[in-house]
Write a protein that binds this ligand. Structure first.
Ligand code: B16
Ligand code: MG
Length: 217
């Protein structure tokens, strides 16, 4: 049977969460409150605007729209300083191997990320040209857990949602895939991502024949 794959970016292909953390923490420092790695978990898979709202809630801070816009820009500028230092060595273990397997089987794949920086990040790590399409934070009007990002991904794959397999590391992303009626594969803690159809701790733990088994379903 025909299938296609949609990959989340942060937490599946690369770990940019650590750079988001550094940039958000810097803003929290500036605003005078503590922002921890545990807090950062709440921002995974969430849009930039929503991330700022969550951060301000943590610090119990209210800002004008104008100030918020200013901080969104400065946070992203700071974040991009880290992104411009990224290279292919930052591709997460197992990702290249999985893409090679998909290529060998002739299975198309696209990106489905909340990040507006997704094309740049893929270029930095040398994967931009491998994807058949990119759906990112610039192409959607509704953020995950809304299924929009993955439904556009299915269109780019020329496949029905039921024929799409989504690799996700965030709860909101798994929920978006499920709401889109796609096959959801959770990458990370299985307890956290228990709503996924399949769970693996990392891409390296996916069995060699996993994709072929999905094709037979
Ligand atoms: P940006 P993903 C998400 O990427 C990140 O997990 C999330 O922490 C971030 O806020 C969001 O992208 C937006 O990123 O500020 O670059 O537009 O996991 O959906 O690939
Ligand atoms: Mg993610």
């Amino acid at each position: 049977n025909k299938i296609g794959v949609i990959f989340d970016l942060d937490g599946v292909i690369v770990d940019t969460a650590k750079y988001h953390f550094l940039a958000w923490k810097d803003l929290a420092d500036h605003l005078g409150f503590e922002f921890t790695e545990a807090h950062n978990e709440l921002l995974k898979g969430v849009s930039r605007v929503r991330s700022l709202e969550i951060l301000l809630d943590i610090g119990n801070i209210e800002l004008s729209e104008e100030k918020k816009q200013e901080y969104l820009v400065s946070k992203n500028d700071h974040y991009l300083e880290y992104i411009y230092k990224m290279g292919p060595e930052e591709i997460l273990p197992g990702a290249n191997e999985l893409l090679n397997t998909l290529d060998a089987l002739g299975i198309p794949y696209v990106l489905g990320s909340a990040s507006k920086n997704a094309p740049l990040i893929l270029k930095q790590v040398g994967l931009f040209n491998r994807f058949a399409g990119i759906v990112d934070g610039n192409s959607v009007s509704k953020a995950k857990p809304d299924p929009e990002v993955f439904l556009i991904g299915a269109q780019k794959l020329h496949l029905l949602p039921e024929q799409c397999v989504v690799f996700e590391d965030a709860i909101a992303g798994v929920e978006a895939a499920n709401r889109a009626h796609m096959i959801s594969v959770g990458i990370g803690d299985a307890k956290t991502l228990h709503e996924a159809d399949f769970n693996f701790n990392s891409l390296t733990e996916i069995p060699d024949n996993f994709i072929e088994i999905l094709m037979r379903k």
